[in-house]
Design a protein around this ligand. Structure first.
Ligand SMILES: [Zn+2]
Length: 378
């Protein structure tokens, strides 16, 4: 049923179009032609300028074919991580890899190729189905910018699939929410050799605060990290300022708030402990903390209709389906927060975000086959 050659060629064509985040225009120009030629009504929203990208989110609407069901959203992102200039996809023994020192871009072009092939098959075989809305976002890899800016008035679907994770026969229905944090610790500078007693080391306060923090895997649904540290000027200066950047993720929003607060409190306690008297005055390091909500929690009920649909489609094809939770945020977190019940479907892409990225044609064929069945049943 699935045309192996066609999906291979489709993938190779898209992989060859360089589309790192913010520079997706050539990819969006290709997609608008491709989807229009397949009979879709294609529109763009206005996300591009706000995201700082050369392209906007693309919404391609495929009309129903004799079936009066609710629209189904199929989504993927058109951007890739870098290095992504002049990608040359190589097909060897049924596996696509990049020939040069770039990513392959199977994240997320494998998902796009699977969506396109499934819709080709549906059209070719005149399979009765309801309306399908393909939503292709920009700037997913740089903070889900496209999904966050998506013009929801252009999307009718209230249920969907985001094709954007490794693995096959795999569904992700839960993902954590996340906060990003930026802490600034301001002490007092002084000559480290001549008058150290007139200084208050921001580095020492930061170090003591970090040492107190619970970081890493906190429990089965929480992780936390301080990933960047910057401060000081020279070995002979008691450092005045340090900036720390970190994150926390959790499947439970309240617990996420507690972990975030814990990290701030550790620094404040360290500041209090290291407060000192300078020239008859009590001096304490100042801690400022900026918390940025990165993405909201995704928690699609195990009993949700969209999961039932995937299970039925897999069963019809005699395949297993693994439904589980994941540790990262993606466009699906945002779609769910906007009331589009969305789960993530494995595309077969592997070793993503590295130059060793690859995808097997067999896996793309398999996922496209599942999509055809999903569209038929939807
Ligand atoms: Zn991705």
């Amino acid at each position: 049923m699935i045309n192996r050659e066609r999906i291979s060629e489709e993938f190779a064509r898209m992989a060859s179009i360089s589309s790192p985040s913010f520079r997706e225009a050539p990819m969006s120009e290709y997609l608008v032609k491709r989807f229009s030629a397949m009979g879709a009504e294609v529109r763009f929203d206005q996300a591009g300028p706000s995201a700082g990208s050369s392209a906007s989110n693309l919404i391609a609407r495929f009309p129903a074919n004799g079936k009066d069901s609710e629209p189904l959203m199929l989504s993927a992102h058109m951007d890739t991580v870098e290095p992504a200039d002049n990608v040359v996809p190589l097909l060897e023994d049924g596996v696509f890899r990049s020939a040069a020192d770039t990513v392959l871009g199977a994240d997320d072009k494998a998902g796009l190729a699977e969506i396109i092939e499934a819709l080709e098959v549906v059209r070719e075989q005149n399979i009765p189905c309801g309306p399908v809305e393909v939503v292709v976002t920009i700037c997913e890899e740089v903070g889900l910018l496209g999904a966050k800016l998506l013009d929801l008035s252009m999307v009718e679907a209230k249920r969907g699939l985001a094709l954007d994770t490794s693995g096959v026969d795999l569904v992700i229905h839960r993902a954590p929410c996340a906060n990003k944090m930026r802490f600034e610790i301001i002490g007092r500078e002084a000559h480290a050799g001549i008058a150290p007693e007139t200084g208050l080391s921001a580095i020492q306060v930061a170090a003591r605060g970090i040492a107190r923090m619970a970081l890493g895997r906190i429990d089965e649904e929480t992780t936390a990290n301080i990933g960047l540290i910057q401060g000081g000027q020279a070995t002979n200066i008691v450092p005045r300022s340090v900036v720390l950047e970190g994150e926390a993720r959790c499947h439970n929003p309240e617990k996420l708030a507690r972990q975030t607060e814990h990290m701030r409190t550790c620094l404040e306690e360290a500041a209090r402990e290291l407060a000192t008297e300078i020239g008859g005055q009590q001096v304490q390091a100042q801690i400022s903390c900026e918390v940025m909500a990165d993405y909201p929690v995704m928690n699609v009920a195990r009993s949700a209709g969209i999961i039932g649909l995937l299970e039925q489609a897999s069963a019809n094809l005699g395949r297993p389906l693994d439904v589980k939770a994941a540790g990262g945020g993606s466009d699906a977190n945002i779609f769910n927060s906007h009331g589009i019940e969305t789960v993530i479907l494995g595309t077969g892409m592997s070793k993503v975000h590295t130059v060793e990225e690859f995808v097997r044609v067999d896996d793309m064929v398999r996922v496209a086959g599942l999509l055809v069945e999903v569209i038929r049943l939807a």
